[in-house]
Write a protein that binds this ligand. Structure first.
Ligand SMILES: O=C(CO)[C@@H](O)[C@H](O)COP(=O)(O)O
Ligand SMILES: [Fe+2]
Length: 227
């Protein structure tokens, strides 16, 4: 396998575009740039793996032309091995697939890493950490879902904090841990203290009038709670 890309500076807040104004994607991205966001989290949903539809590679590709921000693609789709090339071609920097959708993810990781991008594996709240055993050392990021995937604006599932600790123990310090769902000022400190470094946040940014202060507040809380 080729070497994965360098890690970003952490803590990193990753705004989830699922919660932005889809009618004004370009201006939402410009607002996030002005708010000092460094990454965009793209929630790709196929209406099959999850009971919701969002956008796909064609939309992401067109927005790739409009910003230099890091693209973090979260593929909530069935059979990601079939589609991963599209997301690499679209210019995604991190491509995360779900273990529930891809029981043998190693060939997919290889493809992502060979393209010079970061490979991620996500797990749903009910999926045990031990199901990721074969991924240790083979991927760059583990995304712990702290809500059931499919929708923004859900309540953080408290048991996710212990799950993050378990992921950290299994993967060691080289693998980035991202947490996704219900993250905001009330929950970010505990997941940061548990070992998470990337914090996906939808409602807690897009429901606020000032994206910059929402991002800054969470960054400061996460940094203050770091292990
Ligand atoms: O992947 C998902 C949902 O499936 C997330 O990325 C959510 O979109 C995060 O939204 P909030 O819970 O922060 O509102
Ligand atoms: Fe997500």
């Amino acid at each position: 396998m080729s070497k994965p890309k360098t890690r970003p500076a952490c803590p990193l807040i990753a705004p989830s575009l699922l919660k932005c104004d889809f009618g004004n994607l370009e201006s939402e991205i410009a607002r996030l740039e002005d708010a000092n966001a460094r990454t965009l989290h793209w929630d790709v949903m196929d209406g099959h793996f999850v009971p919701n539809l969002s956008y796909g590679a064609m939309v992401i590709e067109r927005l790739r032309e409009r910003t230099e921000l890091l693209f973090d693609a979260h593929l909530m789709i069935t059979d990601p091995a079939r589609w991963v090339d599209d997301y690499l071609r679209a210019g995604c920097d991190w491509v995360t697939i779900h273990i529930e959708a891809c029981p043998d993810p190693l060939p997919v990781f290889r493809k992502i890493r060979d393209a010079g991008k970061m490979a991620g594996i996500a797990l749903n709240p009910e999926t045990p950490v031990k199901s990721l055993q074969a991924c240790v050392g083979e991927c760059d990021l583990v995304l712990v879902m702290s809500v059931h995937p499919g929708f923004g604006g859900q309540k953080f599932i408290a048991s996710s904090t212990d799950k993050i600790k378990e992921v950290r123990e299994l993967f060691g310090s080289d693998t980035l841990i991202s947490v996704d769902g219900g993250i905001g000022p009330k929950t970010i400190s505990q997941v940061s203290a548990a070992g998470a470094e990337v914090f996906v946040a939808g409602s807690s940014i897009f429901d606020q009038p000032c994206y910059e202060s929402a991002i800054r507040e969470m960054e400061e809380l996460a940094a203050g709670a770091r292990i």
